[in-house]
Design a protein around this ligand. Structure first.
Ligand SMILES: Cc1cc2nc3c(=O)[nH]c(=O)nc-3n(C[C@H](O)[C@H](O)[C@H](O)COP(=O)(O)O)c2cc1C
Length: 173
């Protein structure tokens, strides 16, 4: 199948997640294009779409939301999977649990436009330079840590669940 993996990123970590998902799909024999949403003008050439965005302030980036609105009809006609890249694993304990709850709100926002077969919230990368000066103390006071929190095994597992779904077989595990 021809699969589009489209993503919106501010700092690049979501692009890395998209490339990784694309590699798993490619290894399974699919024809895969991994592209930033800004460069996509039509999705009619694809049989299935995986769409992801970095999360800022509990929402997808404007470029991803604009893409959703623009391509809503075309997306409705294709199997669609969605992923968000935020920072739950930059925290521990209750703050982490609190950040994880944003997954439900992100899915609610998505459902305004499309009906993805699945939505997953992954952790990305946190660096001091990406936060405005006034956000850094708030982040640290909440127990936030800087680093690369991308869980490649979890990302690979989710991508494999898409491979299984595209093949019409139940996912393992
Ligand atoms: C201004 C700003 C706001 C953010 N807000 C959230 C948020 O509300 N929830 C969350 O889980 N992560 C949040 N993050 C963390 C980013 O989603 C995370 O760093 C992600 O890896 C960024 O992806 P990117 O490198 O593709 O831009 C925020 C990051 C920045 C810089």
């Amino acid at each position: 199948m021809r699969v589009l993996v489209a993503y919106a990123t501010a700092e690049g970590s979501t692009a890395g997640v998209a490339e990784r998902i694309g590699a798993v799909l490619r290894n399974a024999g699919h024809q895969v294009a991994v592209r930033p949403v800004e460069g996509i003008d039509a999705i009619r050439d694809y049989d299935a779409v995986v769409l992801g965005s970095a999360v800022h302030d509990q929402q997808w980036l404007p470029a991803a939301t604009a893409f959703l609105a623009r391509e809503r009809l075309a997306l409705a006609g294709r199997p669609l999977w969605a992923f968000s890249v935020g920072m739950p694993d930059a925290f521990r304990g209750r703050p982490r649990q609190w950040v994880l709850t944003e997954a439900d709100d992100l899915l609610d926002d998505l459902l305004l436009h499309v009906e993805p077969k699945d939505h997953r919230l992954f952790s990305g990368v946190t660096r001091p330079a990406q936060f405005a000066w006034w956000r850094r103390p708030v982040f640290r006071l909440a127990g936030g840590r800087y680093g690369d929190f991308r869980d490649w095994a979890a990302i690979d597992g989710w991508a494999r669940s898409i491979v299984h779904a595209l093949a019409g077989t139940p996912a393992e595990g």
